[in-house]
Design a protein around this ligand. Structure first.
Ligand code: MN
Length: 212
């Protein structure tokens, strides 16, 4: 499993081709984003942990959630790079080039929490636009089984906030600059067309079981 992998970490292949999200997200962006940006986080995480054998059996999630038990000198590097690995895998897995309809249980859950699907999209868009600088907007399930939209900065995750991540959008400029230039809003509108609603549904059912 991608999130329970341990040292030495690997960059999992995309679950689709680099060009699969065209015309919404372009092939070149996907290739650079996956092969260079994510790869760099993987390499930096491995380099950081190389000499710290006693943490080589910690999973990606454990490194993120128990960061304060790590030696002080590597906490920041693990925070940024384990976060970068986790957030990117989660983002890439949440997209697809296939046209997937939302299952009824997913749409009902969104409607219960946001009123309408359109209102959900509008709130997600507002959150993604509100990130100052680099970060992510997330759809999460809280401990009361309520859906919320939150944002994080840089490569922070939502895992340390006891929130179960359901969907995220990367709003670092490298996620859209080649195609959408400085227009983050156009990228967000395009991103709504490539959400993998099957994956969202699986994550939601799994999180409901855990939280419930
Ligand atoms: Mn990114």
């Amino acid at each position: 499993m991608k999130y329970s992998q341990t040292y030495k970490f690997v960059n999992p292949e995309l679950p689709y081709g680099y060009g699969a999200l065209e015309p919404f997200i372009d092939e070149k962006t996907m290739k650079i984003h996956h092969d260079r940006h994510l790869q760099t986080y993987v390499d930096n995480l491995n380099n950081t942990l190389e000499k710290y054998d006693c943490y080589h059996d910690w999973t990606l999630e454990e490194l993120i959630c128990c960061e304060n038990r790590l030696p002080a000198e590597i906490q920041k590097a693990v925070h940024n790079n384990a976060g970068g690995v986790y957030n990117h895998i989660f983002y890439f897995d949440g997209m697809t080039g296939e046209d997937i309809d939302m299952r009824t249980d997913v749409s009902e859950c969104i409607i219960v929490n946001f009123g309408t699907i359109e209102e959900f999209k509008s709130e997600m868009k507002k959150a993604a636009l509100s990130v100052f600088g680099s970060g992510y907007a997330w759809l999460v399930l809280d401990s009361c089984c309520k859906l919320q939209i939150v944002t994080t900065a840089n490569q922070d995750t939502v895992l340390t906030c006891k929130l179960a991540p359901i969907l995220n959008i990367d709003v670092w400029e490298h996620a859209y600059y080649l195609k959408h230039y400085n227009k983050r809003v156009d990228y967000i509108d395009d991103w709504f067309n490539v959400i993998n609603w099957d994956v969202v549904g699986e994550r939601l059912r799994c999180a409901c079981d855990l939280q419930g």
